[in-house]
Design a protein around this ligand. Sequence first.
Ligand SMILES: [Cu+2]
Length: 161
Amino acid sequence: MAYLRQITLLGLLIISTSQWVVAGSAGDSIMVDDPYVRAVPPGQPNSASFMSLHNKSGQGYTLIGASTSVAEVAELHTHTMDGGMMRMRKVEKINLPAGERVSLQPGGLHIMLIGLKQKLVPDERVQLTLKFEDGSHLKVEAPVRKLQMRMKQSGQQSHMH
Ligand SMILES: [Cu+2]
C-alpha cells in the first residue's frame, strides 16, 4: 500500500507542477529554444517575438495563438512577398510537424505583439503563453533583445518583424 500511496503522491505532484502542461500534449512535447522579444524605440506601438519551436514528439502539433501581459494582442504572423514587397499577414495557425524544428525569425514567422502596454527594455524578460490546438499551453520567458538590422541583402530600414 505504501507503494500505491507513493504513486498517488507522485501523480499529485505531477498534476500540481504542470497545470498548463498535460502529458502527451503539445505543451509537453514542444521545446522552445532561444526565445526573445524585439526591443523597439519609444512610441512604437508594436513589437514581435521570435523563437525556435522543436517538436520532439512523433506527433504533429499546431500552434494557434499566444498571449502576453505586455501587449493588448498577440497574433501569429508571417511574411509573404506581394508584388515584390515583403508584407506581414496574420496566420491562423503554425504547423509543428513531428520531429521537426520551426523557426520564428525576423522576415518570417513571428508572434506579433500589438498595442504594447509597457516599454520593452533590453534584458528584461517578457512572459508569453503559447496556445496549441489540443488545448494545451506553454509558458515561455523571453528576454528583450535589441535587434541589429542585419539585413545584409537589403538596406531597408522599414519595420522588419
Ligand atoms: Cu507582424
